[in-house]
Design a protein. Sequence first.
Lengths: 115, 121
Amino acid sequence: EPEVTQTPSHQVTQMGQEVILRCVPISNHLYFYWYRQILGQKVEFLVSFYNNEISEKSEIFDDQFSVERPDGSNFTLKIRSTKLEDSAMYFCASLRGERGNQPQHFGDGTRLSIL
Amino acid sequence: AQKITQTQPGMFVQEKEAVTLDCTYDTSDPSYGLFWYKQPSSGEMIFLIYQGSYDQQNATEGRYSLNFQKARKSANLVISASQLGDSAMYFCAMREGGRNAGGTSYGKLTFGQGTILTVHP
């Protein structure tokens, strides 16, 4: 069964550095999402992306964050200048979008640790 | 106000018994979807079951069923014949809004706080 693939599985970065989290969504999916989960807390929506543009973003998704689909297969989340509070698990998800009962398929996540 | 509320931080169940995980939601959108995901200790998010707001029957998927009470705005997950491998965090989530020209909903998911289920042998 096709899967959403995220790399790396764990990223350790110094505070203030830029980090790029990578995702390969399922190939025939049209809608893409990033979520984050701070340790022990609920999963929070960051941004959704469709037709090469952001369709919705949350308050968390400030100017430090950006997303890109550079080549038709990868979907990346960039954090420009990381802060300690950016430490979390980041999930990419994708959705085919043909029928309303389809679930978003999640990747296994990237654990981001800011030192 | 919380859009998704899971009031049980932790639940315990004996192997082979059934367990119900509670979820209540709040929305003014007449068209929405409710999802349950399982998150094992390894961290991945596994889709379990879906219930649409217009569905007439409660959803079932194998050992998982959804007790959907629309008037009460509740969508409780029932796991029958619990197995040790069911021990995990369980999240209820709602999708609302974000509709494309064909009417398909692609909106974001809003998650509850989760319930940690522990299955005892």
